[in-house]
Design a binder for this molecule. Structure first.
Ligand SMILES: O=C(O)CCC(=O)C(=O)O
Length: 192
């Protein structure tokens, strides 16, 4: 299968015909500079604050797409309307102690940041995003889930190939993911 790759830019918004036909043909769209660096930095700063305030002594929920154990875990299953923290595999030693500082072992925070935290709320509830959703044919867009995914250096399991709409399943399929790269992936901070 040949996948075409093309980057669009924020300045090309509102959505144009070329974007729409790329979306319809390829099923994805890259829009550079949709958020500026200070906006991304403010989200990273807020995520750090949330982790610092996280009382983690009783939480052991590991997000691992290979064994899917998190899917048996109430802490995970009941997180749809909460702000909860999930660890990388190998975060704990055999005595249950963290192998590294807390900010370097969290896999993600989910799943209602967009509703419950004002910084995340402002980041995600914006007209430009709503307009994109309308432009790709979602007649009544709703933000139902948010995650802050860390991609920590030197730890963590592989995320196997998957399609999010098979987990966030509706009939007919209706889930669309909006994914924001908050920082560049470099050799220093843990690129592939
Ligand atoms: O960690 C990732 O790269 C993606 C995870 C994901 O798709 C999910 O948790 O739904």
């Amino acid at each position: 299968m040949n996948i075409k790759f093309k980057k669009f830019n924020n300045k090309q918004l509102p959505f144009n015909d070329e974007m729409l036909s790329f979306w319809n043909e390829e099923g994805f769209l890259v829009i550079e500079q949709f958020y500026d660096s200070p906006e991304c930095d403010s989200l990273r700063y807020r995520a750090k604050e949330l982790i610092n305030d996280f009382e983690h002594s009783s939480v052991r929920s590991i997000f691992d797409t290979n064994n899917q154990k998190h899917a048996e875990d109430d802490y995970f299953l009941e997180s749809g309307d909460k702000i909860r923290f999930f660890f990388e595999k190998n975060s704990f030693d055999k005595n249950g102690k963290l192998n590294n500082s807390i900010d370097l072992v969290i896999n993600k925070i989910g799943h209602a940041l967009h509703d419950l935290d004002s910084v995340f709320f402002n980041f995600s509830h914006r007209e430009e995003l709503n307009n994109i959703a309308l432009s790709i044919g979602i007649s009544s867009p709703k933000l139902l889930q948010s995650m802050y995914i860390f991609k920590q250096p030197q730890i963590g399991g592989e995320v196997v190939c998957h399609q999010d709409s098979t987990f966030l399943y509706t009939k007919p399929e209706s889930a669309v993911g909006f994914w924001v790269a908050l920082e560049d992936a470099t050799i220093e901070n843990g690129c592939l």
